[in-house]
Design a binder for this molecule. Structure first.
Ligand SMILES: [Zn+2]
Length: 509
């Protein structure tokens, strides 16, 4: 009798699990019954790190920086108002490859945060459906460290340095997989590192901004150390220093600087950025007089270089292999770049259009009417769009909206009312007309992106209703997000085990 009861329990348990599993998968299937199991399209996702759309010909730029991107854009849907989910590489790239907002996936700090195993990555999903998957990027770059988790599901990870010398490896991979379904993702750092080898090539002088920037970083690090020793902001609690002496020994190493920043809370990091800002301003002032427009010209050269050395050969190879008719091609960026606007260079200081607006060019085989789309879009929308176009399961974690409905009338999806982005200084919400953000001190800034695109006229108090509406939308968005922060961390391999243990005990890691 007991045996029978146990067996019955087991059968009921299995039946319950099957029902649960069936409902779990059912909730993830896109439009079951109306869509084939998969269109079998290949996908190529080209993320050009740091690329501003307004420096591309197809977005109206005055210089001929991007002839090959422009040609592709002529056969694609071009999103004119696409924004990144974060103002810097790590959280933003994770969001593109998971469709989970940074606030929800919680992967912000290099050498530390790790993506929750509860989140599917895009390559994992493609892998389930028998796709070959590959990732090419600067593998040693901490912001693109596949240990952070987004690398999960890529069967191959190849290095692609800032000079793009390994583009041939991408072409070989395409050739090798020509007869299979594939997902190829690339993050090119050639535009991101524009101030280095392009400037050297242009000036012909033994002069490298990279080493000068490193000197600025060292000064910044030493100022952080000094602040920690004196217990000044951003180091409010003296216990941060206790037990972490080796991090504050005054010998600069980039990894250490990043770990110190990781020990700070959001307010501390914002104050640390305030320490850095005058140093960088001074640096730009020092470089500027001898080299007027050098930074912008180098940036443009880097865009043209990427167009020639990566985009052109990849597109040519896809056509040569006769795969153009069955391959979805997407060109985008993980964030923009401030080129002197608002007094800044770089991208993680201010959450404004220049640091957040990205190109989004989507070309897919059955596209009938290539065109420009003004509707708002953002990085988290890429994964549901790609999955809808390939006819594959959309996991329930997805927080973005498919853009297929905007690109062709038969698809699903509606236009967004807002886009939301994050950075070390906080969050920002943008509608078609307004952007609301908070500065390092938590002050509200509201500006009209149509009449005042530079954001110089703060309307926070004059347009109270608009500010209130955007604030409540931001709050509702925050409350709607699940948290995937699993407290699973990893350490910079340069920090020894004893130090790791001590840092862990502080409870800050
Ligand atoms: Zn980046």
């Amino acid at each position: 009798m007991r045996n029978f009861k146990n067996k019955l329990k087991l059968v009921l348990c299995i039946a319950a699990s099957l029902i649960l599993a069936a409902s779990f998968f059912a909730s993830k299937i896109f439009n079951p019954g109306k869509r084939p199991a998969g269109t079998g399209y290949n996908v190529i996702l080209l993320i050009i790190d740091d690329l501003r759309p307004d420096h591309l010909g197809c977005y109206g730029y005055r210089r001929n920086t991007s002839p090959h991107i422009d040609k592709l854009a002529g056969e694609s849907c071009i999103f004119k108002n696409s924004f990144s989910d974060a103002a810097y590489t790590l959280p933003s790239t994770i969001s593109i490859l998971t469709s989970v907002y940074p606030d929800s996936h919680g992967v912000f700090h290099v050498y530390k945060d790790k993506l929750s195993p509860r989140i599917y990555t895009l390559p994992e999903i493609f892998g389930i459906y028998g796709y070959k998957t590959a990732w090419f990027s600067v593998l040693k770059e901490p912001h693109l460290d596949i240990k952070a988790g987004f690398g999960r599901g890529f069967q191959k990870a190849g290095n692609l340095g800032a000079s793009l010398d390994e583009t041939a490896d991408i072409l070989s991979w395409l050739e090798k997989n020509r007869g299979k379904k594939f997902f190829l993702a690339v993050d090119a750092r050639s535009v991101h590192d524009y101030y280095d080898f392009f400037i050297k090539a242009e000036t012909g002088k033994n002069f490298s901004l990279i080493s000068d920037i490193r000197k600025v970083n060292e000064q910044y690090y030493l100022k952080l150390v000094e602040a920690a020793r004196l217990g000044r902001p951003p180091f409010r609690s003296p216990e941060l220093l206790q037990g972490n002496e080796e991090l504050f020994d005054g010998n600069y190493r980039e990894g250490k600087e990043k770990m110190i920043l990781g020990l700070l809370d959001a307010a501390g990091r914002a104050e640390a950025a305030v320490i850095a800002e005058p140093l960088y301003r001074d640096f730009v002032k020092r470089v500027g007089p001898d080299h007027p427009n050098l930074l912008v010209e180098s940036y443009d050269m880097a865009v043209r270089y990427t167009d020639e050395k990566l985009i052109n050969p990849v597109l040519r190879k896809v056509k040569e292999l006769k795969l153009y008719g069955k391959t979805i091609i997407i060109i985008t960026a993980d964030h923009g770049e401030l080129l002197g606007e608002h007094g800044f260079y770089g991208h993680n200081h201010l959450l404004v259009d220049e640091s957040l607006r990205v190109p989004l060019i989507i070309r897919f085989p059955c596209l009938r009417n290539p065109r420009s789309i003004k509707a708002l879009a953002q990085g988290v929308d890429i994964m549901p769009t790609v999955l809808e176009l390939t006819g594959l399961i959309v996991p329930s974690q997805v927080q973005g909206k498919s853009l297929v409905g905007l690109m062709c009338k038969t698809g699903s999806g509606n236009a967004r009312e807002y886009v939301i982005s994050e950075g070390e200084s906080g969050k920002t919400i943008r509608s078609a007309d307004w952007r609301l953000l908070f500065d390092y001190s938590g002050n509200c800034l509201l500006y009209n992106v149509v009449s005042d695109p530079g954001g110089y006229d703060n309307k926070c108090f004059k347009e109270e209703q608009v500010a209130c509406r955007l604030k409540s939308a931001l709050k509702a968005w925050e409350e709607s997000l699940p948290s995937y922060r699993d407290q699973e961390y990893f350490f910079d391999p340069g920090v020894d085990k004893v130090a790791q243990e001590r840092i862990r005990k502080t409870g800050y890691w």
